[in-house]
Design a protein. Structure first.
Length: 618
């Protein structure tokens, strides 16, 4: 089923100034002075619950004290893409180090009922052509994604040197041997030529800071550590039969809860859904992948599809460029182009296109709010579940069963926007507006440490470059990098993800390209006999100056959004943003820039220091 642009009301039929005012009012009543500090880290007294692995036992091993060419922090998509590109660049000596018991990252830890990717799997799942793998459907199940992670790991031989159930504690540069000392919770002291930080943003759960957290005597767990022994069912088989006599509360209505709530509502005796801000939820239409279509694709098809998705979701579809994705992520561009086509493709300025896209934003969100009314019987519940903010202020979702769940007699929405959270927890349950609700189980769908406080997000005690310089101090007031992937003062260290690089709508594409660039620099340094490679201060300053000269200022949009991890929970004082400082000219302009840099072969901007005679490391 394709979307129909006429589903959205015409601009003339909606009062955009009134809606904009409503958006501001809804944002303001959710702002908290504590910002991200309203959440509690899963460390300290909660570490035992959330840092253990409920899925696989920790196998004992001896500490590793030797050398390797590269240590990669992470075994999720990012770490795997970097490792694969290192292999292709000819680097064989490296370790992927990960907290989990296998490859997959967030797809290893998250095994909650109903888990699926919420992006088009043909774009989201990397290296489909290389592995010959066909996703079973548009939005693939989590267990299938984790199985594909294992396929990738086997394809590239990544299991040979992987270190699982291992947490990095310290990274310290040793100028005497030109190596990084990598210290872990397993007693390791690995001496690495290069270190790549590839942990991803969804690696560490967080909890809401509710008074009385230690008073509750029932069962508590985070969705990233789902307890099937308590709920019944199994990963990929979500028959939660043990909840039939249980009163359950789940905190959160984001992307995870949208997938979980229908199963809890189906099986629990009573379900309370505790919501601060509703999600944008369109219909799912999760169709199977056509094997004949898949077989007929020509080489390069996935890259073409990813580029098309990025254009539609992040930039602009070209005139007559088809929308290959056809879901909520691409609707704004698709609708705008449909109307431009109906007008005969007038020659409009970028400013006029931006105006039309903003107008379409209000129209699409009005359509989605009407969907809530159409699916939920109780008017008060429907109103509380309507999203009043701009599209992309929160991660868009799609689900066919979430809204109908609230028509069940055993399901109740507890909206805490007015009270800015629950009043407290008690031994028996939670208190909201002075009323105690008794429950047996409290589930946190409260997300991850997706914060610009990197020490909190990464959970590494110390990352120290030259002269003991801490990366946390160096980046305290904003990122400072060369090409988004290296930093002066941190030799032989590489960064990935959202820093000062390009940002693609498909994260795995970003990770592959960053891995390719890192693999090139590291392999060239080895070929040229360099012990140290590091950007010069002048090159880094010039890069940052150019990056900011082409930057797109979207601070007004971000600051007007409802509080979420997208805007540091509404804290405008923060110097960094979860999405970093992306290349303002667009992702593919950034990709062309670094490809051109590599083609020169001069390693321009980097200082290479030759290996000196050193005593062999023990």
């Amino acid at each position: 089923m394709m979307y129909n642009p006429t589903q959205c009301p015409p601009a003339a039929e909606i009062d955009i100034p009134a809606i904009r005012a409503k958006y501001r009012a809804e944002r303001d009543r959710r702002l908290k002075k504590e910002a991200n500090d309203q959440y509690v880290p899963t460390s300290g007294k909660y570490a035992e619950i959330y840092e253990h692995d409920p899925y696989n036992p920790v196998e004992p091993r001896e500490p590793i004290l030797g050398e390797t060419d590269v240590v990669i922090l992470g075994g999720g998509y990012c770490g795997m893409m970097v490792a694969a590109q290192l292999k292709l660049a000819g680097i064989e000596s490296f370790h992927n180090i990960d907290h989990g018991g296998d490859f997959g990252g967030t797809w290893y830890w998250n095994r909650y009922p109903g888990i699926q990717c919420d992006n088009d799997a043909l774009c989201y799942m990397p290296l489909l052509e290389e592995t010959g793998y066909m996703p079973s459907k548009k939005f693939t199940d989590g267990h299938e994604i984790q199985a594909h992670c294992r396929i990738i790991a086997k394809h590239f031989g990544l299991y040979d040197n992987a270190l699982f159930h291992t947490l990095i504690k310290t990274l310290k540069w040793d100028p005497a041997i030109n190596r990084w000392h990598v210290g872990t919770n397993r007693g390791d002291d690995i001496k690495a030529r290069f270190v790549v930080l590839a942990m991803g943003p969804l690696n560490k759960p967080k909890l809401p800071g509710i008074a009385g957290m230690d008073d509750f005597r029932g069962k508590m767990f985070h969705t990233a550590r789902w307890d099937y022994e308590y709920t019944g069912g199994a990963w990929g088989k979500p028959e939660l039969d043990k909840l039939k006599d249980k009163r359950v509360a789940i905190i959160g209505t984001g992307a995870t809860a949208v997938q979980v709530v229908p199963y809890l509502g189906k099986y629990a005796r009573q379900l309370y859904v505790i919501q601060r801000t509703p999600s944008t939820i369109d219909f799912r239409n999760n169709r199977p992948t056509d094997p004949e279509w898949f077989k007929a694709q020509k080489p390069g098809w996935q890259e073409e599809r990813i580029r098309n998705f990025h254009h539609a979701a992040m930039e602009r579809l070209a005139p007559r460029e088809p929308d290959m994705i056809e879901d909520i992520w691409t609707e704004l561009s698709r609708n705008c182009n449909a109307e431009l086509e109906a007008e005969g493709w007038p020659d409009i300025t970028p400013e006029e296109y931006a105006r039309r896209r903003e107008e379409m934003d209000y129209r699409v969100m009005e359509r989605l709010r009407a969907r809530v009314d159409a699916m939920i019987e109780d008017p008060a519940t429907a109103e509380a579940l309507k999203p009043y903010y701009r599209y992309l202020c929160k991660r868009p979702c799609s689900n066919d069963d979430f809204y109908p769940t609230f028509n069940r007699p055993n399901v109740k929405l507890i909206d805490v926007a007015e009270t800015q959270g629950l009043e407290r927890l008690t031994e028996k349950g939670f208190v909201h507006k002075g009323e105690e609700f008794e429950i047996d189980c409290l589930i946190f769908a409260s997300g991850y440490e997706v914060t610009n406080d990197l020490d909190r997000r990464w959970g590494i005690d110390a990352i120290e470059g030259r002269d003991g310089l801490s990366i946390y101090d160096y980046w305290r007031d904003g990122f400072k990098t060369f090409q988004g992937m290296m930093a002066a003062g941190f030799p032989n260290m590489f960064f990935t993800g959202f820093t000062q690089a390009g940002a693609n709508a498909t994260n795995s594409k970003t990770f592959i390209d960053q891995g390719r660039h890192i693999g090139y620099i590291a392999s060239e340094a080895l070929k040229r006999g360099a012990a140290v490679v590091e950007p010069s201060q002048e090159a880094q300053d010039a890069y940052i100056a150019h990056l900011r000269s082409v930057a797109v200022d979207n601070s007004a949009f971000v600051n007007e959004c409802t509080p979420s991890y997208f805007n540091n929970e509404g804290d405008e004082t923060k110097k960094r943003h979860i999405f970093g400082e992306p290349w303002g000219e667009g992702y593919y302009a950034f990709e062309a820039m670094i490809e051109g840099w590599r083609a020169e072969g001069a390693m321009r901007g980097l200082v290479l220091t030759p290996e000196t005679a050193l005593e062999p490391a023990e």
